[in-house]
Design a binder for this molecule. Structure first.
Ligand SMILES: [Zn+2]
Length: 125
């Protein structure tokens, strides 16, 4: 899948400040905006990449503005964690794992933020 990465993204940085998070990956269209994490670290995290690539596919599937609107509506309806676009991305991010025990699950967990955007944070141990 074709995608681009912007490191030290201003948009992701703003999201990070709002969220008081150490890192944020935010997808807009075909671009993953990163803040608090560099490109290599991100790309080496297979589960995280799979999660964000799923959001890129969602943008392609629904169209740029339509997807932002659908995402917002879904979050208002069921909350960020249960947002079906986040659920789908979470499943995609777990697929590369054959066995998931609870500690592994925590280590690979990507948490959706409480922004009305597909912006995710990753808790680092
Ligand atoms: Zn997500």
């Amino acid at each position: 899948m074709h995608f681009e990465i912007v490191e030290r993204s201003l948009l992701a940085r703003i999201a990070r400040i709002v969220l008081k998070s150490t890192n944020v990956a935010m997808v807009l269209g075909k671009t993953v905006h990163l803040s608090g994490v560099d490109k290599d670290t991100f790309l080496n995290d297979e589960g995280w990449v799979a999660h964000e690539l799923c959001h890129i596919r969602q943008f392609q599937e629904h169209g740029y503005f339509r997807f932002l609107w659908l995402y917002l509506q879904e979050s208002m309806r069921v909350g960020y964690y249960n947002n079906k676009y986040e659920v789908e991305a979470r499943v995609a991010g777990m697929k590369h794992r054959k066995l998931i025990n609870p500690s592994h699950k925590a280590a690979v967990a990507v948490t959706p933020s409480d922004l009305p955007l597909p912006a995710d944070k990753k808790e680092r141990k």
